[in-house]
Design a protein around this ligand. Structure first.
Ligand code: 3H9
Length: 696
């Protein structure tokens, strides 16, 4: 037995069984110290004549290697330093790839970034067929590229097209898909992972060489193996990246260049270029922002929104009242993600049947995308049931209502649920507009009442706002947050105040879009300008997507259009036309309804300024009122809730970047021209006076 700080090994029958278990850390990551440890261990293994082969495992129960240590990137001061970091990582993995004895890795749990790059440098990869086993190179999500040889080794293993698909999309695949792609050589039950990996190492020691078949048939050959086909692959990928990123994210383009350069000029040159580009990316503002988002998101995973949170109640059965679009989405996502039994209730059986069918679509989608097996699918479908009474609610630990947005209706539902469910069951309202304390007024047990505001479509939108009212019990808060997390959501705990956080800051933004329409800006132009700013969709498309819920509060011209039955996408018509679920062009009739025609309107720069500043100003005001508990929650909420451009770090980081003094000056000028809706908030004025920021 030998040991370094993180790596230990024992010898079994000529095979060194190496275990990587970083002390005191929940996951294995490759830091500078770990690199030294790996080098020293491999030197020792090289020297030891009794070692004929190596079998490598993680000592963590649920993860293999989470990649390079992201915390080290934050401290990097120059591109040259970051380039050196990548070159060091490459040199280490070159050493592993050229190791004189065969290495087999047994992968169970997350194998990401530098973790996968390490596995790719080894000769044989066995993976456990377990949902926790996920493989990928997610570096571009951090504004970086796979810098320890990933841009070179992956395309050589699985072809340029498949590798670009993974690297540029920051895709993380389950083991079965990684096996299909040819990233792993063998897929086994977790119970035999160790034995199979050891056996492979032994066979290799005796001279066996794994044979790899190229996947993908003739098409892959045509596209990946000849220069013309390859050129087409790169051209298509570049076009797709530009369309997707709008030029705001440099990492995918740089990754593409690293892959292309390596395939054209050989692996040496490829590695050199890869390290240079990694260096340049690591010091960009975009990467810094994306890394901050990573750490903010991981911190939120452990935060229950209250000091000393009591343990959450373990939910095994969920009751959902209201089988409409939201209710069905909540039911389907709860089954698919949290694996709980769900009972769906609505007034009539036809609604229930429709809701159950819609909930099942969430599972259909997972099956189609191979996120669950046919066996899991059948099991989960059986966990969904419903009816027109509250039968089955007695055993629910949590009930979520998603009925019509009307106070009296919601109050009636609380009372009915209190009659049917256990005394301990928590009651959550999925309202987007009604104060939770008003709903709780009707309750006999108001301490059990809370808000859980999901976004539409529930299965895809990653944010959950959890809204305790003044009397909500702390355990109910922990339970709502914990259950939201089990549903795969990032949860922020926000104050019970009109619009909570998301709709509070969206409303003035939407409202301003209305003013701009009235001033003659064309609908498409408005949308395009904000997409150019970095939003996934512009305000008018967003309005069509969210429909009436948010728009109800939006004044003026918007109201006229919406009152005419143009409820947005869900109604098949809004500002744009929709057919078969697809968005068409702008419906010109809208302009007549709102009594204006596009005539150019203000300059594009002013359009962007007005829309952005009105939102930042409101965000600042809401922070001042304590609507979110921290700027971190506010930024993550805006990014995950409606796609505030991640590369800008969120509205509050963006406000910090612009600086309060500048914001106040610009808002004052806008207020002079357009009125009090632009009056700078006290928070910004105060920051401008003291020279402070949201983030210290
Ligand atoms: C890279 O590899 C670059 C290379 O190509 C080239 C270099 C030259 N670093 O998420 P969790 C922390 S870039 C530092 O709650 P889970 C995390 O902050 C990297 N810290 O657990 C948290 O800390 P704390 C590419 C990391 O089970 C704790 O570990 N890799 C890292 O829900 C637990 O994390 C990625 O982008 C890291 N790499 O999920 C993968 N990873 O306890 C990033 C985790 O102090 N990681 N931490 O709050 C993940 O996606 C998830 O953490 C993972 C586990 C799925 C692994």
């Amino acid at each position: 037995m030998a040991s370094g700080a993180a790596l230990t090994w024992t010898l079994t029958d000529g095979v060194a069984v190496v275990t990587f278990d970083l002390p005191g850390e929940p996951v294995n990551k490759i830091s500078r110290a770990v690199k030294q440890d790996v080098l020293a261990t491999f030197e020792a293994l090289e020297r030891d004549r009794a070692v004929e082969a190596v079998a490598f495992f993680s000592g963590k129960p649920d993860s293999f290697i989470a990649g390079a240590d992201i915390a080290e990137f934050v401290e990097i001061a120059s591109a040259a330093e970051a380039e050196r970091l990548a070159a060091d990582g490459q040199a280490l993995l070159e050493r592993v790839a050229a190791f004189s004895k065969p290495i087999a890795v047994g992968i169970h749990g997350a194998c990401l970034g530098g973790g996968l790059e390490f596995a790719l440098a080894c000769r044989y990869r066995v993976a456990s067929d377990h949902p926790k086993t996920q493989l990928g190179l997610p570096e571009v999500q951090l504004g970086l590229l796979p810098g320890a040889g990933g841009c070179q080794r992956l395309p050589r293993l699985i072809g340029a097209r498949a590798a670009l698909d993974l690297i540029l999309g920051a895709k993380v695949e389950r083991a079965a898909q990684a096996f299909r792609l040819g990233i792993v050589d063998e897929l086994v039950h977790p119970a035999i992972l160790k034995d199979i990996t050891l056996a492979a190492a032994k066979r290799m020691a005796r001279g066996w060489r794994p044979q790899r078949r190229r996947r993908g048939g003739l098409l892959a050959w045509l596209l990946d193996r000849n220069p013309l086909g390859r050129r087409l692959v790169f051209r298509t990928a570049r076009r797709q990246v530009l369309a997707k990123t709008g030029g705001n994210y440099p990492a995918p383009l740089a990754a593409l260049e690293a892959v292309e350069h390596g395939l054209r000029h050989g692996i040496r040159e490829g590695l050199k270029r890869e390290a240079q580009l990694f260096g340049q990316l690591a010091v960009t503002d975009v990467s810094r922002k994306l890394v901050q988002i990573f750490f903010a998101t991981t911190a939120l995973k452990k935060d229950f929104g209250i000091p000393s949170p009591p343990p959450p109640v373990a939910v095994s059965r969920l009751g959902v009242v209201g089988a409409g679009f939201m209710g069905a989405g909540i039911a389907g996502t709860a089954v698919a993600q949290a694996g709980v039994d769900v009972r769906l209730k609505d007034a009539g059986l036809p609604q229930v049947a429709k809701g159950l069918a819609a909930a099942r679509e969430v599972l259909d989608d997972r099956l189609k995308r191979r996120r669950i097996s046919p066996y899991e699918y059948t099991r989960l479908v059986a966990q969904l049931s419903g009816g027109e009474s509250y039968a089955g609610f007695g055993r629910a630990e949590l009930v979520i209502e998603a009925v019509f947005e009307d106070l009296a209706v919601k109050q009636a539902v609380v009372r009915e649920v209190e009659g049917a469910a256990s005394e301990r069951a928590a009651f959550a309202s999925n309202t987007s507009t009604i104060p939770i304390h008003r709903i709780a007024e009707a309750a006999r047990r108001p301490e059990q009442v809370i808000g859980m505001h999901f976004f539409s479509p529930v299965a895809r939108m990653p944010l959950l706002e959890v809204i305790p009212a003044a009397r909500t019990a702390p355990a109910v808060i922990s339970t709502a947050v914990a259950f939201g997390r089990r549903m795969g959501k990032t949860a922020i705990v926000v104050k019970d105040s009109p619009g909570f956080w998301i709709n509070r800051i969206l409303t003035p933004y939407m409202n301003e879009a209305g003013h701009l329409l009235a001033a003659g800006v064309a609908i498409e132009e408005l949308d395009q300008l904000m997409v150019h700013f970095g939003f996934p969709v512009g305000p008018i498309t967003l309005l069509d997507e969210v429909g009436m819920d948010v728009a109800e509060k939006v004044a003026g011209v918007m109201h006229a259009a919406l009152k005419a039955g143009r409820l947005g996408r869900k109604a098949g018509k809004g500002f744009y036309r929709y057919s078969g679920g697809k968005k068409g062009g702008v419906d010109a009739a809208v302009y007549e309804l709102i009594g204006t025609q596009p005539n150019g309107g203000p300059r594009p720069a002013e359009v962007i300024q007005r829309l952005v500043l009105v939102m930042l100003n409101e965000a600042a005001r809401a922070v001042g009122e304590g609507i979110v508990r921290s700027p971190r929650d506010g930024d993550i909420g805006a990014i995950f809730g409606f796609g505030f451009p991640p590369f800008r770090g969120g509205p509050l980081r963006h406000a910090d970047d612009l600086g309060a003094a500048r914001l106040v000056g610009e808002l004052e000028r806008l207020a002079e021209r357009y009125g009090a809706r632009f009056a700078p908030s006290d928070v910004l004025r105060d920051q401008a006076r003291r020279g402070t920021k949201f983030y210290s």
